[in-house]
Structures are given as C-alpha cells and as structure tokens.
Design a protein around this ligand. Sequence first.
Ligand code: PDD
Length: 286
Amino acid sequence: MRTVYVNGDFLPEDRAHISVFDRGFLMADGVYEVTSVLDGKLIDFHSHIRRLKRSLEALDMNMPMTSEDFLALHRGIVEKNQITDGLVYLQVTRGAPADRDFVFPDPDSTPLTIIAFTQSKPGLADNPLSKTGIRVISVEDIRWGRRDIKTVQLLYPSMAKMMAQKAGADDAWMVLDGIVTEGTSNNAYIVKDGEIITRPRSNEILHGITRAAVLQYAKDRQMALVERAFSLDEARNADEAFITSASQFVMPVVEIDGTQIGDGKPGSVAPKLREIYIRESRRSAI
Ligand code: PDD
C-alpha cells in the first residue's frame, strides 16, 4: 500500500481523507504538478515548483510552503514509497470551506489543501513505445482559455484520450481553427526539413517544463528551432512529429488521423532529443 501525503501528514492511502467540501473536488479549483523520478531522484524539480507558484498566483492563491519544504515533501514521499523510477503527483486546492459557495473562501480561515502521491513506473526511461512511436488522432480543442494554468480540470483531456482509445490510437492532439494547440497531456512538435517547430507559449497551451528543457538542450546544440504555430495539415506532411511531457519525456508520433508521418517510424530528431533529455535529466536530477 502506498504512503500518501495530506496536509502535513504521511499516511497509508486508505487512511487519507479530504472533505466533501474541498473546492478541488466540487469546483476543480486547484492546480497540480507531475514530476518524474529517475534513479530515485527528481527531474526538473525547481521548474515544476516555479510553475506551481505561477499557477497558484494566477488563481489568487499563495504558495502554501517554501520550495525547500516542497522538496522535502517530494523526497520524503519518494523515499517512503521506495520509488526508483516513477512520478510524484502534487495537488494544491483552495481548501475546504464550511459550505459550497462560488465565492472564494477567506484564505485566513480556509487553508489550501495539499496532497501528494507517487506512481511507480519501473523502466520509465525505457518505454518501448519510444522505439515504435505513438499514433494520435485530432480532436477539437474546446478547453477554457487559460490552458497555461495547470488546473485539475482534466475532463476534456480525459474525454479526448477516450476518443483516441475508441479510434484505436494512443493519444489525441487538440486543434483550434485548424491549428494544433497541444496534446491532451503533452506539448506537440513537428520537424520539417531539419527544423524543429513548436507553438510559442501563450494562454492557449501549458508551458511544459519538459518543453522548456528540451528547447534549451536543442539550442545549446545549435539545432534548428522555430517557435510558431503549425496547422494539422502541416503536421500530416511533416518529416517527423513528437510530444514532450514529464511522464513521456520525448515521444515520437508516427501517425496522425491514420496518416503516416514521414516513413511511419520515429525519425532521427525525436529519438536524439529523447536521448539528450534523459541523459541531461539524469545528470541534473536532485
Ligand atoms: N501533463 N500540456 C498539457 C495539457 C499537459 O497536461 C502537460 C503535462 C504538458 C506537458 O508539461 P510538462 O512537460 O511540464 O509535463 C503539456 C502531465 C504530465 C499530466 O497531466 O500527467
């Protein structure tokens, strides 16, 4: 049984409880982070905590503890659950007021709820799918306009993953007016004539931590890179496509809506970026 974290306590998962009035539960009024763990160490930890702070502030919440306290929490939960490779899920909600009310509760009387748990994923960095690539379908992006805030409103991404599953695909890319925004839980990229193309940061997409790291590693190596929006048509005609996220790292995409990308196998750029990202992440893990 896992040990989870709730508001200052590490508890067996079956003894951890949240109020029925918690606004995370009633209103999706909360934000989260997923940090990967390799060799028992945290990947891109400080960037995840910086984004958590940004998400909280965008919703008028303050950081409930210091970065050092979050680090101790993460290290504690990794150690208690003996995680070698896997993920730490952290969620902060606006807490549990005395009753349901649309109006935000007074933060002085209603403390934020903090929970965390681990997911063990042995061999996370050796996902066999990275050798074959994944197949995606396109779906309309009907999410709200502040996708840059990492809220726990994951109903539509969840539905999109189900649409992908029903279509026999692995995941979905979301499309707004013919332009790809991002994957259901990852950022989207194409490669054309050696150039890596990905959408610039805006309110339309989540500012992926893996995205930032991968783009920096690519720049450091003088790889051709352009941050611009690309259409679904361009993606279908690209030489390569891939996604990035904390749980998938860099994952090649070999098919979009049944159309093969390039020769239908992971190309050269995505596997190279994957290798660089994993190597550099292991090196800088804390
Ligand atoms: N998802 N875009 C969306 C909509 C996401 O939900 C995520 C992350 C990303 C990639 O961000 P990062 O590189 O910081 O993981 C992009 C996490 C992994 C999840 O919900 O499980």
